[in-house]
Ligand binder design. Sequence first.
Ligand code: GN1
Ligand code: MG
Length: 355
Amino acid sequence: MYEPQTLQTIASHFVTAEHIDAVLPLGNGLINDTFKIMMKGEEQPRYVLQHINDKVFTDVEMLQRNIETVTDHIRRKYEAAGMTDINRRVLHFLKADTGKTYVKVGEEYWRVMDFIADSVTQEAVTPQSAYDAGRNFGDFEALLADLKEPIGEIIPNFHNIEFRLKQLEEAIAANPVGRMKDAEVQDYVKKIQEHASAMCLGERLYREGKLPKRICHCDTKVNNMLFDKEGNVLCIIDLDTIMPSFVFSDFGDFLRSAANTGAEDDPDLGNIHFNRAIYDAFLEGYLEGTKSFLTPVERENLPYAACLFPYMQAVRFFADYINGDTYYKIRYPEHNLVRTRAQWKLFEEAQKALK
Ligand code: GN1
Ligand code: MG
């Protein structure tokens, strides 16, 4: 954990030190650590300070370049469209005293962005806000469809299920902390294998030249959107994983959190069902937002995408469990196994609901 004074010193690379009142924890991401910067005499935070996890995002220069390219592009389009509240609609990163949008302090990387006032994150959506979210993520992809500058693949093979299954196989073979002896663990290995071929459909279509990659967000969880006090979508956040991917990423990963009636790590599997009304509403909004570019192959396979993402997340949590919890932050020793069970249940429920 970080000392308040350390955080203030880091923040002062971006904002005048004397004006900072406090730097306090914010949010619940599984990868980066996030804080809010409070300025003297102000009630609401003014900025967000974030520690970049450079074990996950090893090329910080590329990471920030991707984000700047995308946010500049969207900003220019919003300006051309005469939008007035642009700073509430797209993230803005501050330049540090180094001239870059990040600093390296010791061995750690940090960045600062504007805090969007009067905004909230939510863990759940209604059909109305799911429609809105579909529109917004669809629009987001549409806005980036004509991007000329290259966007780097910041985490290679991030949503490549064949690659994730291979990582799982490697974890199983290495069995570094002896978790393979458990009967339940063995059982998940079998169940995952049974569905592997069907779940690799996207990669096959890609190899056959039938499925394009587009610039996607790749972490479209509900809590990666800011809403205003009335529940309208304001802005898409957490732009780290923007990279070329199948549209399945954004469609499937949103529903993985939004259509789940339980929590991502719900220990009570009875809470977990797939909410078809949320799926239908999100689909409608997404089709509206993407109608300028979505191909029939992409459209026809959206139900597959909604099953693929709980499956892929189960595979990723499970591999991390077998590896001894080296990737995701955990709150207790069995956390990644509990997450695996919950995502597997959601996978089964999604298949039933979308048959
Ligand atoms: C991670 O850090 P967070 O919570 O935004 C992960 C996503 C997973 C998600 C599971 C870079 O996102 O891919 O879906 O946890 N991000 C990375 O909650 O691995
Ligand atoms: Mg996040």
